[in-house]
Design a protein around this ligand. Structure first.
Ligand code: HEM
Length: 446
């Protein structure tokens, strides 16, 4: 790939756009991953299309992704993240430049593989309770069930406490509202009943977070959780901690960033296990021989490599964030294609994870492709469920750990079997989400 034009840069191919409306990608946002995948099949690795009046390019090859990720001065989170900023302020998810760098430096040390391991007992206990509640033969919606589990684990890890019903409801409804606004972009300023409820919910969440932070700051006894550590965290360069507003926004962004994505990860994981019984059997064999019905500890996890490969493969085929955007701040050239200033680029794990040049038989569920031997030579930016580079998901080690423990525990005790309930419809909202839920029957192992 060249970053400097070999000759006059060309305009990338792409579907014909309608005047004003652009390409139907706007209207079909809910099916974004499929639409974009279709564009890629029709037009190749760089596709130009319109989202409303703005030009956008899909960049599908790992080296394209690397080019974008390594140039934050050109590819940034500006216009496209205004909605996110309205809710999460200038927190990690949406901040840019020096502010983002400082925040990342302060928060990153709390999310190292070693630090997140301290959450293992909490994760195991919550999973134990969930599985104990599951009666043989009962049908559950896996998305709702794991919503409860992830919420319990995230809030306890952060605040060492459970949410009241009111706050949990406000939180869930806010996430749903944000998803709805992706597919039905009405301004939040219109006084519709949904918008009014959204505002009320945001106030409930803000009040709650403010209250917990104040209480914690004045507490005489220290509690060791993310919140305390974030309150005490200091930027090693400036020797300063976070302002009250910054802390508030970061707490919010950790939830909004982590909840739905993680639930989506679990839902598709158990869906895949049901679709591929051979994989389930091999997984069982590993779990039975290493754990023999025990609850896993952090030390056990390295002895469960296949369990992790199953997770990685599920995140490959069903990346919970199927696509994410950067705004192009100044004109650039990628692979001799012109990317104009004020356009957008789409990094689309859903497409890159299916690129046959980097993934043999891309539609086949094959966890072994993540073994060290099979991974050799695969470009680093070919696998992006958590993004890549400096802005890689800060929760990635935590999520892998969480999924490892939960899968090891659940798969030892039960099979989750899809019940016939119409086709499974995947939507991008913006997470990959099952439109009508994922209903599965619990089959306890004898
Ligand atoms: C399966 C679960 C998850 C997936 C697939 C996922 C995916 C991602 C992706 C793709 C990005 C980068 C987006 C971009 O570059 O535009 C990201 C960023 C982020 N994620 Fe996650 N995430 C998950 C879980 C979590 C959890 C559990 C947390 C919090 C505890 C979290 C917090 C964040 C934050 C704060 C960022 C912004 C990081 C930055 O820009 O510095 N995520 N995530």
């Amino acid at each position: 790939m060249t970053t400097v034009a070999d000759s006059k840069p060309r305009i990338a191919p792409g579907p014909l756009a309608l005047p004003v409306l652009g390409n139907p990608v706007w209207a079909l946002r809910r099916d974004l991953h499929n639409v974009i995948h279709h564009y890629w099949r029709e037009h190749g690795d760089i596709v130009r299309f319109k989202i409303g009046s703005r030009t956008a390019h899909l960049l599908a090859r790992p080296e394209h992704v690397e080019h974008v990720i390594k140039r934050p001065e050109i590819y940034s989170k500006t216009k496209s993240y205004e909605n996110v900023r309205r809710i999460m302020g200038q927190s990690l998810v949406a901040a840019t430049g020096e502010l983002w760098k400082t925040q990342r430096r302060i928060i990153q040390p709390e999310f190292t593989p070693k630090k997140v391991e301290t959450s293992v007992p909490l994760i195991a206990a919550a999973t134990e309770r969930m599985v104990a509640r599951w009666n043989d033969g009962t049908v559950i919606d896996v998305q709702s069930e794991f919503w409860q589990l992830v919420m319990e684990i995230l809030w306890t890890t952060l605040f060492s406490r459970q949410l009241s019903r009111e706050v949990a409801r406000a939180f869930t409804q806010t996430i749903e509202h944000m998803a709805r606004r992706m597919t039905f972009p009405l301004p939040d300023s219109l006084p519709t009943p949904r918008n009014l409820r959204f505002k009320k919910n945001i106030n409930v969440i803000d009040d709650y977070i403010r209250g917990v932070i104040e209480e914690r700051k004045s507490a005489t006894q220290q509690v060791d959780d993310w919140l305390t550590r974030m309150i005490l965290a200091v930027d090693e360069e400036s020797n300063r901690g976070m302002s009250a507003q910054q802390l508030h926004d970061e707490v919010k962004s950790l939830f909004f960033g982590g909840q739905r994505t993680t639930v989506a990860g679990f839902a598709w994981l158990f869906w895949d296990l049901d679709r591929f019984p051979g994989v389930r059997e091999k997984l069982r064999h590993e779990l039975d021989s290493v754990l023999n019905h025990r609850t896993p500890t952090a030390e056990d996890l390295e002895k469960l490599p296949y369990t992790m490969q199953v997770i990685q493969e599920s995140l490959r085929l069903n990346p919970p964030f199927p696509a994410y955007v950067r705004d192009v701040l100044m004109e650039d050239v990628v692979d001799n294609v012109l990317l104009p200033a004020d356009s957008m680029v789409l990094i689309c794990p859903y497409v890159t994870h299916r690129h046959p040049e980097f993934w043999k038989e891309p539609e086949t569920f094959m966890p072994e492709r993540f073994s060290p031997e099979a991974s050799q030579g695969r470009p680093r930016y070919a696998y992006l469920p958590f993004g890549a580079g400096p802005r890689v998901c800060i929760g990635n080690h935590f999520t892998y750990l969480l999924m490892h423990i939960v899968l090891a525990m659940v798969a030892q005790k039960v099979n989750l079997r899809m019940v016939p309930n119409g086709p499974v419809i995947q939507r991008t909202v913006p997470q990959l989400w099952a439109r009508y839920g994922l209903y599965m029957q619990i089959e306890r192992r004898r």
